[in-house]
Design a protein. Structure first.
Length: 398
């Protein structure tokens, strides 16, 4: 009787994407008059006291402009640099376009910040049809056609941390791979500045000790790194040693959704509609990554850049539209004042945990029907974009 050996599992392959100066490239793609000129995208801090450079064009970078630079210093040193306000609505549309493109290559991807994402290509048809480098080239081609992005870097590795390091090293437009021979040397030779998600204090400590490569960090060892970097030393050592912290970090990530109003309004019915829309966006993102929580924060921002926020709790851990909306509407009524018109609504899911799939024993038929409709819409939105279809039961009158 013939015997069959099971095929070996596919080799792990992760691709990290980094769009340099994401906010600036988004504006340049929508406003053709910004192409080829030095400009800076500015924003006010949360408390509204300072205006800083959020992002800047490649031409501005060559002049010496950097993100985080205060506006008075920018105006004094670089009067030739044009100032442009940030447009988060356009960034959201660009993010949805990125999602649509990624879905044509893999269903498993996650955004790691503005213009940054991790795509799991392990066992995907894209790798059976070509190399990871060819997949990166195709993604870049489609992004340039759809969004006009120019500076796009890619990192390819067998784990998420390595892919992110290489994507940062490949900036602004390179493709670096750490698969096969020489992978360890390439990763350990990278600068510590390529490590993702380090605090400013950790980066300052790296600079203080003049550490030039990840190999140096690895040779210092776990205990030394913890001594000098505190709890962050464990994280640094794990990343450098090639350990993948994604499964642990995902439990603590923050999910949020924000609606920027195209015009400043005070109409309460319309504002309630936009609040429902924001909750709908958050629920979609929570379902997509399989997370739920009972702790949320609602933040509203006014036209004069003042803001107010409040944390609230639902009766149980949930990712359901109804319970979250009911609690958010109550908090919204407490936060809102009529002094000036509202500009933006943001809701944040804090410390989301992995969704167990357990149904509530007290769920009504109407709640079950709404949940089923929401999940059917999720499939359409995942394939296209969130804005491809709206749930009339959820959004109400806008």
């Amino acid at each position: 009787m013939p015997t069959f050996r099971p095929s070996a599992p596919p080799s792990a392959c992760f691709i990290a994407l980094h769009v340099e100066s994401f906010a600036a490239q988004v504006l340049a793609s929508w406003h053709t008059e910004l192409a080829g000129i030095p400009f800076a995208v500015v924003r006010q801090t949360r408390n509204g006291h300072k205006t800083l450079v959020h992002s800047c064009s490649a031409e501005a970078v060559r002049l010496g402009v950097e993100p985080g630079m205060p506006l008075p210093i920018l105006e004094r040193r670089y009067p030739q640099v044009r100032l442009v306000p940030r447009e988060e609505r356009l960034e959201g549309l660009a993010q949805e376009e990125l999602q649509a493109i990624f879905h044509d290559f893999t269903p498993d991807f996650r955004f790691r910040g503005e213009g940054r994402a991790i795509l799991d290509f392990t066992g995907t048809p894209a790798l059976r049809e070509g190399s990871p480098e060819e997949a990166c080239a195709e993604i870049r081609k489609r992004l340039r056609y759809a969004l006009g992005f120019r500076e796009i870097a890619f990192g390819i590795a067998a784990n998420r941390a390595g892919a992110q390091v290489l994507a940062r090293k490949a900036r602004p437009e390179g493709i670096l791979s750490a698969l096969g021979e020489g992978a360890e040397e390439l990763l350990l030779g990278a600068s510590p500045s390529c490590l993702p998600n380090l605090s400013p204090a950790a980066r300052a400590t790296l600079k203080k000790y003049a550490i030039q490569s990840l190999g140096q960090l690895l040779r210092l060892g776990r205990e030394t790194l913890v001594t000098h970097f505190g709890k962050e030393g464990e994280k640094i050592y794990a990343m450098v040693a090639g350990l993948d912290l994604e499964s642990n970090a995902a439990e603590e990530e923050i999910l949020e959704a924000e609606t920027i109003l195209q015009r400043d309004i005070n109409d309460m019915d319309a504002l309630h509609g936009f609040l429902r829309l924001t909750v709908d966006q958050l629920v979609f993102r929570m379902r997509k990554v399989g997370r739920s929580t009972n702790c949320y924060t609602l933040e509203i921002r006014y036209a004069d850049h003042k803001s107010a926020r409040k944390t609230f709790f639902t009766a149980q851990v949930t990712q359901g539209f109804g319970p979250i909306t009911d609690s958010a509407l109550k908090v919204f009524g407490d936060l809102l004042t009529r002094r000036v018109a509202l500009k933006a609504i943001c809701i944040i899911a804090k410390k989301p945990k992995r969704e167990t799939g357990q149904l509530s024993l007290f769920q009504t038929k109407d709640e079950s029907r709404i949940d089923a409709i929401g999940r059917a819409l999720d499939k359409i939105r995942t394939r296209h974009s969130f804005g491809a279809v709206l749930n009339a039961n959820n959004v109400g009158s806008l």
